[in-house]
Design a protein around this ligand. Structure first.
Ligand SMILES: O=C(O)CCC(=O)C(=O)O
Length: 271
């Protein structure tokens, strides 16, 4: 696989790459439409759905977790071995209004523990998040370069009195919509100021996947799936490769059971 533009990723905080062939795209889109046609997703609202949880598992989308382009790209950014942080499907029908406030992915961290040191070039952020679009995606917005600096006074004014999430429907200086064509993914440092926001004129079918590298402690975003639901009976239903990835995740979660232990993990030097 070819070398990615790491310097650009570090400067801008994101990178867009074509990931899926036409055949892979058609197969994944059919699977995604099948997932969204289930009774439980009939409401015309925004759906944020784990595709590894037993109740909403989707085998074709799960295969994406070990897609060579995803693993190779994230591996170049973080190093290897990689462990899955999250695996969610973002789905919306035409006409849905989707509104997130501006945020960095530090929502699990208590406000008083969010320090400017987390948003500096010295912070080894052990998490890459990606959005892999199966339809045209115009719902992800970000402020390029904001992952390696604290909020400017103008940005802080948009956030209001919080470091977590701004009120919705606020303009953010310097923000841009990161448009994706079907089959493309944006790989991003989720310390970027970003949000999901769209009035959908085309259905959204996007996979939202995160990884970290086991050579450094995980960050807070690792803890989003409860380990209890991955019972041996459920694991036995998965493909061997996906089962192995989830077992690695469970092992890692046993090593790092407390999210609080990760708050300062980014300052640990490379192994
Ligand atoms: O909808 C999106 O693309 C953004 C999702 C997101 O930022 C989040 O869930 O934290």
């Amino acid at each position: 696989m070819s070398a990615i533009d790491l310097e650009r990723f570090r400067r801008e905080g994101y990178l867009i790459l074509r990931v899926l062939s036409d055949a892979e795209l058609a197969r994944c889109l059919a699977a995604a439409d099948g997932l969204m046609s289930r009774e439980r997703f009939a409401q015309p609202v925004f759906h944020y759905v784990s595709f590894i949880n037993p109740q909403t598992a989707e085998p074709t989308l799960q295969e994406l977790l070990h897609h060579p382009v995803l693993l190779d790209t994230v591996g170049q950014i973080l190093g290897t071995p990689l462990v899955i942080d999250n695996a969610a499907f973002l789905g919306a029908a035409v006409g849905v209004r989707y509104r997130q406030g501006w945020h960095r992915d530090v929502l699990q961290v208590p406000e008083e523990q969010i320090g400017d040191f987390m948003f500096s070039p010295a912070w080894r952020h052990n998490n890459v998040q990606l959005n892999l679009a199966l339809t045209h995606d115009r719902a992800f917005w970000a402020v390029p370069g904001s992952h390696v600096r604290p909020n400017s006074p103008a940005e802080q004014a948009v956030f209001g009195g919080t470091k977590h999430q701004s009120p919705v429907d606020r303009d953010m200086p310097g923000a841009r919509c990161i448009e994706l064509a079907p089959g493309e993914a944006v790989f991003y440092n989720n310390n970027l100021i970003h949000r999901g926001y769209c009035d959908f004129t085309e259905r959204r079918r996007t996979c939202h996947i995160g990884y970290h590298c086991t050579r450094r402690p995980p960050t807070w975003h690792f803890y989003s799936h409860s380990p209890d639901q991955f019972t041996p009976d459920y694991l036995a239903t998965l493909s061997p490769r996906v089962r192995g990835m989830i077992e690695e995740r469970l092992k890692r979660q046993r090593e790092w059971p407390d999210v609080k232990a990760s708050y300062r993990s980014g300052l640990v030097p490379d192994a």
